[in-house]
Write a protein that binds this ligand. Sequence first.
Ligand code: FAD
Length: 349
Amino acid sequence: MIASGNHPDSDRPGEVLGTVLILGAGMAGLQCAARLTDSGVPVVLLDKGSRAGGRMATRPVEGALADYGAQYVEALSHEFRLQLKQWQSAGMARLWGFGFEGESTPSGLARYAIEGGMNRLPAHLGQSLNIRLRTEVERIALDGDHWLVSQTDGPSWRVPALVLTCPVPQALTLIDRGGIPLDRTLARKLDTVLYDPCFTLLLRLAGESRVPCPGALALDGQPLYWIADNRQKGVAGSSSEGTVLTLHAGPEFSTSHFDDDRDRVIRLMEHAAEPYLGAPILARHLHRWRYSRARTPLVERFLTLHESPLLLLAGDACGGRDVESAALSGIAAATALLERRPQWVSLAC
Ligand SMILES: Cc1cc2nc3c(=O)[nH]c(=O)nc-3n(C[C@H](O)[C@H](O)[C@H](O)COP(=O)(O)OP(=O)(O)OC[C@H]3O[C@@H](n4cnc5c(N)ncnc54)[C@H](O)[C@@H]3O)c2cc1C
């Protein structure tokens, strides 16, 4: 059942004239939406999460904050370096360091933390965008010259252009469910995009940790590859005592223990972190990322999955495996949509 509502600014599902629908309000979706909105295109973002940001994630643990997805932002490209400088001038991004103890091949690039936690950046970017949270897309299907985008609970959207920014395997599931015909070469290419899983364990400590200044340490990945002290990083907030440690497990450990009992995973990760604790543990929180980072990313910044109606694929795996590639991919998808605007706007008339 398609709900009614034809106004571009409509916040309701239905046939929304000329509106681009973006699945995913992570960095890729937000950057894509911001560019389109700046050019006067009505955009709606749908995200199953309770907040925007996707893998740029921050959460409270017993009165203190911790980053449990992306840990820092860095820029290889001139374009994203300028963007980072702007966020730094606005007091959003802060230089954290140029490398961390234990890194085997430090890039030497400046690493930026986000003041108040990584999620503050996407929250800021999403402020003036039309985002519908807790909205899970279950299926996308062709409906004449439009896309029919079905929510898990609720009515469907009918739009002339759609951008998918979720991890590639999740996009493929949606495409498969809707029986969307994909060019064979394209389908084979998408099948090559694999992701590493990652366990993240957050440990709330009663006092200071032994993680060296400036609050992060790289390890060999057996089982841990990263430990960060959120207080030293400037995330944890100053009102509470102690800190929260973020522990990331390496890809091999995360793969081989992915379906293990959670308590066992916590025990193994906590044991490996013992030399760096320095204070009693008050609370633990384990998060399991099925798709943490692309192991085999695509070279393209975005892909056109279907020409008419237009369906684009963007996200970090298009051109990389980090926040920068997600942002640049979202921008590239927006540019492509604007270039082809006459094609999909005419469908709405
Ligand atoms: C543990 C970990 C550590 C990392 N460390 C770093 C780091 O230090 N530096 C760095 O640059 N990068 C790091 N990354 C990678 C970085 O976080 C990602 O590359 C980037 O945030 C991806 O952005 P995105 O917009 O492409 O995808 P996402 O952030 O994953 O956004 C996709 C969105 O789609 C939504 N979604 C998915 N399916 C559906 C559906 N069916 N319906 C509705 N919504 C849906 C999700 O809720 C999500 O919000 C790390 C990632 C992880 C997990």
